[in-house]
Design a protein around this ligand. Structure first.
Ligand SMILES: [Mn+2]
Length: 274
């Protein structure tokens, strides 16, 4: 089957970048304080020249207008989204920060990005760093067996749908997000699988290979599936195509997970972060 090949944006790394780091699927939310604090500590201490957040930074994002601008940064009464924005802003001021949409936080817009000195990255994007081409994606578009979700995705990513949602009052949007979350929790419970880390679909290997062949890249980096692993892609012409799956972050449950992928000196390294 021929899989559709999307339009790939290209990002050429400036010559002064020495290292690049990737994280994804933090699913930040107020009810997971340890994950938030670990992420905050990571953001404050990273030494990378550029940081790429490849989707689902937030468990839910209902619109950039939840973040009030121009308020006192030291104020104790920042809402959760503002605390997150403050962390992003501090990083955006000292290194190159890129954010890609995930399936949970695709309502992130340019207003938040400008506020945080960050750049919204198209999915997929080809990053060219030190002569190597690497495809970056959240990964949800490549989970071809998740047909129900892909149908839903094609609806909610339409500009008209997004515009309609963002026109609703914040309180209405918060309630809608809460209901959607309840629905997805119930769906998980019905199928008898525990919440989170239970995504039953995987990236389609031949679609991933098609992307790499189309872009002449050697590596695909994505998140979404919460199954951190390196996969060699099956292809005869290009024996060393690699698919790197980023780890999700969860420090509030028994099985703690947090990992950063660092790209430096032509090598990819996974770094455990606790
Ligand atoms: Mn996702």
């Amino acid at each position: 089957m021929t899989f559709y090949i999307p339009k790939f944006n290209e990002l050429i790394a400036p010559a002064n970048w020495e290292s690049v780091e990737f994280i994804s699927d933090l699913h930040l939310c107020e009810s997971q304080p340890k994950t938030f604090l670990a992420w905050k500590r990571y953001m404050e201490s990273t030494t990378a020249s550029a940081l790429f957040i490849l989707g689902d930074l937030f468990e839910a994002w209902i619109g950039d207008d939840v973040v009030r601008t121009g308020i006192n940064a030291q104020s104790d009464d920042l809402i959760f989204e503002e605390q997150c924005a403050q962390v992003l802003q501090a990083v955006g001021q000292r290194l190159d920060l890129y954010v890609m949409h995930g399936n949970r936080d695709f309502l992130i817009g340019n207003r938040l990005m400008q506020h945080c000195h960050a750049t919204l990255l198209n999915d997929p994007t080809v990053l060219i760093f030190q002569g190597q081409r690497t495809v970056l994606s959240h990964g949800d578009q490549l989970c071809l067996s998740d047909t129900q979700y892909l149908k839903f995705r094609s609806v909610v990513r339409r500009p008209e749908w997004i515009h309609e949602q963002l026109s609703k009052p914040i309180t209405v949007r918060r309630e809608l997000a809460r209901q959607m979350r309840l629905q997805s929790e119930q769906a998980h419970n019905i199928s008898g699988v525990s919440l989170q880390n239970s995504y039953q679909f995987d990236v389609d290997a031949s679609a991933a290979t098609d992307w790499l062949v189309a872009t002449q890249a050697k590596t695909l980096i994505h998140g979404h599936t919460h199954q951190p692993q390196n996969h060699i892609l099956p292809t005869q012409q290009n024996p060393d195509l690699l698919r790197i799956v980023l780890s999700d972050w969860d420090l509030d449950k028994k099985d703690k997970k947090a990992e950063v992928l660092r790209w430096q000196n032509q090598e990819f390294k996974r770094i455990a972060w606790q």
